[in-house]
Write a protein that binds this ligand. Structure first.
Ligand code: UN1
Length: 512
């Protein structure tokens, strides 16, 4: 464990990141005179970073109106030309990768490598979306009538509202936005109130790209504020699609409100991800995969590994190795070289972790390592914890919900069917993995895992942008990023064109 940085170090890091991304550091003092304001904070030290001017419901509505006006122009720009906007955004993100990563580190507490990895995901999706801009294709199908052509076509949808979480403060926004922009939509963004500065950095680069390629102003506004502002966006009938990332609780609120007005939702909610380790697994590979997936990002990814289902014949050996590896993890400020586990986002997360650990013990679990708060004497406002490994007698109720902190529960199994039942026996279904050398086990797992993501010999986290990202059950069913997720941001039309000179009716119906 290393000493935590001073307030000044954090402020300097932030200022250099913000300035290089084109955001005036004065945004952090702008809140004092505004009708509404929002405090900004760094989880690294717990220090206040200043106060941001927040939107009011009126200013949020104005931005949504302006975005719908911008949409009216943007939808008529040919898709490959729209692609130039995301291409330029991707280039600017490449030039400012470290600058934006600095803001992410300060605000979300990610290590520089993970923060830069997040920006890399943005660059990747921009490249993907540029290619997609020439591939917004539909099928043609044979008509049952002579001299007719039957086809599907895809059209811009409207204003897309994106709600993003603190843990991937900018990448998840970019998965939605890069595709929505080439689809011809406007995008209104309500970032997490814990990560507004990273959002402003990302958006400043996008606004610059928009100005350079001549895209309409106000195509991509950011709404600054808390839940009330998110709620106003969700209720706004001008927002055709709400794409929301966050907790199951949040999804339960957003989903019905949007459904009530017949809007569309794309939900990416809690994961409670499991991995099976079979007797034939390469144990060293499994160990590395498990430790990164469970303790990386301090357990604050929606793809974090939370449930380890290990064959009884190898469980003691693997658990011992995991505990030994956990003891070597350097915990502390992500600004320090070699630190792998940064802070939790806030006190609420720390308390949720403590209460889950207590519940696990009351359900028969044994905490094998971790769970202890550290560095609190230096910085009482910051919340660092040792990642925990808990051996459970079976999959008890604490394992059925997602605690957004580094707790890895371990249970054992004796045959693969039992392991799959345990694996699928939770309400969420985002990401999953098996470590095995046996083809039959791997194939059975891939066909039976009920998650949106199922991996072999890789942990549950760290998905590439080229595949669709999202999950089933309480995870919400949405898919973002790769393959054909672009369709969520467009509306589909079926077109029948009659060039026969006659008017034959479908199904052979006769009339007139
Ligand atoms: C999230 O935690 O919301 O697969 C997204 C991963 C990252 C994205 C996580 N590419 O872990």
């Amino acid at each position: 464990m290393t000493a935590l940085p001073t307030d000044q170090t954090i402020t300097d890091l932030l200022t250099s990141g913000l300035t290089a991304c084109g955001v005036e550091a004065s945004v952090l003092t702008a809140g004092s005179g505004a009708p509404a304001n929002l405090p900004a904070r760094s989880p690294i030290t717990g220090q206040s970073l200043g106060t941001l001017a927040a939107d009011t419901k009126e200013s949020a509505a104005d931005k949504i109106v302006a975005a719908s006006e911008a949409f009216a122009t943007w939808r008529d720009v040919p898709a490959p030309v729209r692609g130039q906007l995301v291409q330029r955004w991707g280039q600017l993100l490449g030039e400012h990768k470290e600058d934006l990563a600095k803001i992410i580190t300060v605000e979300a507490g990610k290590t520089p490598s993970e923060a830069a990895g997040e920006v890399q995901e943005m660059i990747d999706i921009c490249e993907f979306a540029l290619g997609q801009s020439r591939q917004l294709w539909g099928k043609t199908m044979p008509s049952e009538r002579p001299g007719h052509r039957l086809m599907e076509t895809w059209h811009p949808l409207g204003v897309v509202g994106v709600i993003s979480a603190f843990n991937f403060p900018v990448a998840v926004y970019s998965w939605n936005t890069a595709l929505a922009l080439v689809a011809g939509d406007a995008v209104v963004w309500k970032p997490s109130e814990n990560a507004v500065l990273a959002a402003l950095g990302a958006q400043s680069l996008l606004a610059r790209a928009a100005a350079e390629v001549g895209a309409p102003e106000r195509l991509v506004p950011v709404l600054v504020g808390g839940r009330d502002i998110g709620d106003a966006m969700v209720r706004d009938e001008r927002v055709a699609l709400v794409s929301a990332t966050g907790s199951v609780r949040m999804g339960r609120e957003v989903g019905p409100v949007v459904a009530e007005r017949f809007g569309r939702v794309l939900l990416e909610l809690g994961g409670n991800n499991g991995a099976i380790v079979a007797p034939s697994a390469d144990i060293d590979l499994a160990l590395r995969g498990v430790v990164f997936a469970a303790a990386g990002t301090a357990g604050q990814r929606c793809t974090t590994l939370r449930r380890l289902i290990v064959h009884e014949s190898i469980a003691d050996d693997l658990v011992e190795k995991i505990v030994a590896a956990y003891k070597t993890l350097s915990i502390g400020s992500p600004t320090e070289d070699g630190v792998l586990v940064g802070p939790l986002i806030n006190k609420g997360s720390f308390e949720a972790m403590q209460s889950a650990l207590k519940q696990a013990e009351s359900e028969g679990g044994t905490v094998l390592c971790g769970g202890r708060r550290v560095l609190d004497d230096e910085r009482p406002e910051a919340h660092y914890v040792e990642p925990a490994v808990v051996r459970m007698p079976s999959q008890t109720s604490v394992m059925e919900s997602e605690t957004f902190a580094p707790i890895l529960y371990v249970v054992t199994y004796s045959d693969l069917d039992e392991a799959l039942d345990i694996h699928n026996g939770v309400p969420q279904g985002l990401s999953s993995a098996i470590f095995t050398s046996e083809l039959a086990e791997s194939e059975k797992f891939l066909s039976r895992s009920d998650c949106g993501i199922a991996n072999v010999n890789i942990g549950t986290s760290g998905a590439e942008i080229g595949g669709a990202f999202g999950g089933e059950k309480e995870t919400g069913g949405g898919r973002e990023s790769g393959t054909d997720s672009w369709k969520a941001y467009m509306r589909q039309a079926t077109n029948t064109v009659n060039y026969s000179g006659e008017l034959p009716l479908a199904q052979g119906v006769e009339f007139l």
